[in-house]
Design a protein around this ligand. Structure first.
Ligand SMILES: O=C(O)C(=O)C[C@]1(C(=O)O)C=C[C@@H](O)C=C1
Length: 307
């Protein structure tokens, strides 16, 4: 297996990848951005990519939601949850009161905003493609005195040339980011009973009540949703798709039936995968939405038709 991930080494995404059994021993190639990681999988340059999808404080990672929902098809085969804690690093000799510019990933900055306002009020934010990329920029020629970065502790441990000015600087101590492992389409990971299914559903145009009808496909089959977000398709103003995580596997009859309903409503619906939940939580399924009940319903209809 050859894995890629949002790099460079030391990102939270790499920490998520290292949780995958066998990934520590496998070949791992960092990518500079989420679209680059996914394109490397599409082109066959990597077998799978680990990318962030959702943070408990800052919400969806739009770069991922957009890049997996357009272009050649990909499939999510696994998810990982990583607790997020941040440190502020700088070149040795920099004091907290000297910090004028903080380079980091947008999601990291958003999670440390309150701390930054209170502790480094004159610091400006400089976007980086990842937390580790922001920290490594401190070692480059573009460095200016007063520069600092927000990253994970691991980056500071790997780079003694950087000093930790403050630790535990996240505004929400329980912050967690969810990451997905993405492959080219292939056999689905087997159903475990504690699974998730992800879909991207373009909202049909000139169809009053379309969103309600989409949600009804899940509700009427007792399928719980764990995430729903709207994103512009980019085609024209006002055209959106919904990115949805539902509890269950496409091999569950209630989920399969909901998917068929979605396709009827919005034929461009994209199936993005059924995969085991990282927290192992099993959904509560009422008896009338069980596989047995769906089978009994189909058998009954077949008997009416004389099949
Ligand atoms: O920059 C990193 O270290 C990442 O892995 C990306 C990312 C994100 O996209 O949210 C992951 C977790 C943290 O919330 C901050 C940044």
């Amino acid at each position: 297996m050859l894995y890629t991930f949002l790099g460079p080494a030391g990102t939270f995404t790499e920490a998520a990848l290292l949780k995958v059994p066998g990934a520590r021993e496998a070949e791992r190639v960092p990518s500079a951005s989420v679209p680059e990681a996914l394109d490397l999988v599409r082109s066959g340059g990597a077998d799978a990519a680990m990318v962030p999808i959702e943070n408990s404080v800052e919400g969806g990672v739009t770069a991922t939601l957009d890049a997996i929902s357009t272009g050649p098809e990909l499939r999510i085969v696994r998810e990982e949850l990583v607790p997020i804690t941040f440190v502020l690093v700088a070149r040795p000799g920099t004091r907290l009161e000297d910090v004028r510019r903080v380079c980091t990933h947008g999601h990291a900055w958003a999670q440390c905003r309150r701390w930054a306002r209170e502790n480094i009020p004159s610091a400006e934010y400089e976007p980086a493609s990842s937390t580790a990329a922001g920290a490594l920029a401190l070692l480059e020629a573009s460095f200016r005195p007063g520069d600092a970065a927000i990253c994970g502790q691991i980056v500071a441990e790997e780079h003694p040339e950087l000093e930790v000015l403050a630790a535990g600087i996240g505004d929400n101590p329980g912050a967690v980011t969810r990451f997905i492992l993405v492959s080219r389409p292939g056999p689905l990971p087997p159903r475990t009973g504690a699974d998730k299914t992800t879909v991207a559903i373009p909202l049909p145009q000139d169809h009053p009540g379309a969103l309600m009808e989409i949600l009804e496909q899940f509700a009427s089959r007792g399928v719980n949703l764990s995430r729903i977000e709207s994103r512009p398709t980019g085609e024209y103003l006002g055209h959106y798709f919904f990115s949805i995580d539902a509890e269950g596997h496409a091999q569950d009859a209630r989920v399969a039936d909901a998917l068929a309903g979605l396709h009827r409503l919005s034929p461009q619906t994209r199936f993005l995968g059924s995969y085991p939940r990282a927290d192992g939580a099993e959904p509560v399924v009422s008896p009338h939405n069980s596989d047995t009940a769906f089978d009994a319903g189909s058998d009954w209809v077949r008997s009416i038709l004389g099949d």
